[in-house]
Design a binder for this molecule. Structure first.
Ligand code: PLP
Length: 419
């Protein structure tokens, strides 16, 4: 609603602020959702576990030796409860759920799923649906295999199921759907029961798979996370027992580089994937799994541990939201999420202004996630989405970075409005 003259005056003031910002010689990074060192310290007890002489699980298995592709039952029981999956339907594997997503895709491409007439790679074009804004590394997996990605809108209660149903019903080459059902990366959205059940029911190819990446199932910023949807059970009720792969890990619970990853699925899918995993390894790192069992004891142990993460993270999220409210609240040139969990704040600036905002911040020494990263092929159709990752920097650096980001958002907005 500002006149062009007013806008030009405002821009001149913002330019001055921006020049001062550049003069600070900053080198700050709010690009990736990594745990901060004080969060990693919460799990230092792991470093001394399981301890000399403690290497057998409850069933008497010597965890130091080869074998046991499904991983330790005690650990699967703990995380099965947190992921809404029976321990019998869950594998505990290496340190990365992303690797499991990659490997299960490779297996489908080269061998076909239990429901594929032929390997995906022999079926011609293969497509995945990508609710966006979404997780860039999901899109990187599909892009690396030449799988065509189709963007689907995200709503406040999950992806647009009507759009998904329309696509899957008419195109059997659609084989996958990437989703993050709890505190989504980057929107913070948690899927409702209605959307979840509808996703399980959409008409689709027999070998269509939902990658239910519950990476943030317990990563709450409020009193308690939502109860996990028992998605495998609901998939079976919907008549599509093999449709869902549940994924998760302790990467942002214990050590991002030394945690344990999980894969949950129907008996058919588990037998199929275990067979392929068993070609690549004789078994996972069970000593690390035992360490995690000893460290947590039970699911309540994980919940108590997450409350300690929350204490460290809440001030950071509050700080970012306060700065956004304070600096951008009146200007009406941006919207942002108020997540109740997860690792990100989703910032939407004016259409056409995200790249420029990120460029301005970069030139001032503040690294933001690359423009477009939250969309397939890094193409944000409206050039407006920016993913903020407040967890890693210390609070003072975060304050400096966010004040700078706010200046860049405003300056880029004046440029957009004046062209
Ligand atoms: N899935 C989502 C949605 C993530 O945001 C991340 C990390 O940022 C990962 C998976 C990575 O998981 P992992 O460390 O288990 O490979």
């Amino acid at each position: 609603s500002m006149s062009a003259d007013n806008l030009r005056d405002t821009q001149a003031e913002l330019r001055k602020l921006y020049d001062e910002l550049c003069g600070l010689g900053l080198s700050l990074d709010i690009t990736r959702g990594k745990p901060a060192p004080d969060q990693l310290d919460l799990s230092n007890g792991l470093l001394a576990l399981p301890g000399e002489g403690d290497y057998r699980d409850a069933g008497g298995t010597d965890t130091r030796n080869y074998g046991g592709i499904a991983g330790l039952k005690e650990l699967r029981e703990i995380f099965g409860e947190l992921l809404g999956v029976d321990a019998a339907d869950l594998i505990a594997f290496g340190n990365s759920s992303l690797q499991l997503m990659h490997d299960v895709t490779v297996a489908a491409l080269l061998h076909g799923t239990p429901d594929s007439a032929e390997p995906w790679a022999k079926q011609g074009t293969v497509k995945f649906l990508c609710p966006a804004p979404g997780y860039d590394r999901h899109f990187a997996i599909t892009e690396s295999f030449g799988i065509e990605m189709i963007t689907v809108p995200m709503n406040p209660d999950g992806p647009d199921v009507a759009a998904i149903a329309e696509l899957t019903a008419n195109d059997p080459s659609i084989k996958g759907l990437w989703v993050v059902p709890t505190y989504s990366n980057p929107t913070g959205v948690t899927f409702s029961e209605e959307v979840t059940r509808a996703l399980l029911e959409v008409p689709a190819a027999d070998d269509f798979r939902i990658y239910w990446d519950n990476a943030y199932a317990v990563h709450t910023l409020v009193e308690a996370p939502p109860a996990p949807h028992p998605v495998l059970e609901w998939a079976a009720q919907a008549g599509h027992p093999n449709r869902v792969y549940v994924l998760g890990s302790t990467s942002k619970i214990t050590f991002a580089g030394g945690g344990v990853a999980f894969f949950g699925a129907s008996a058919d899918n588990l037998a199929w994937f275990s067979k392929h995993l068993g070609i690549s390894t004789i078994g996972p790192d069970k000593v690390n799994q035992l360490r995690h069992v000893r460290f947590f004891g039970d699911a309540d142990g994980v919940r108590a541990h997450m409350a300690r993460h929350r204490e460290l993270l809440t001030p950071k999220f509050t700080l970012v939201l306060d700065i956004l409210d304070d600096r951008l609240g009146d200007a009406k040139v941006a919207d942002w999420s108020r997540p109740e969990g997860g690792y990100f704040i989703n910032l939407d600036v004016l259409d056409g202004a995200a790249k420029r905002t990120i460029e301005l911040a970069g030139n001032a020494g503040i690294a933001l996630t690359a423009a477009g990263s939250t969309y397939p092929y890094k193409q944000d159709p409206r050039d407006r989405n920016i993913r903020l990752a407040p967890t890693f920097p210390g609070i003072d650096d975060l304050r400096t970075a966010m004040e700078g980001v706010a200046t860049c958002v405003l300056l880029a907005a004046t440029e957009t409005l004046l062209t």
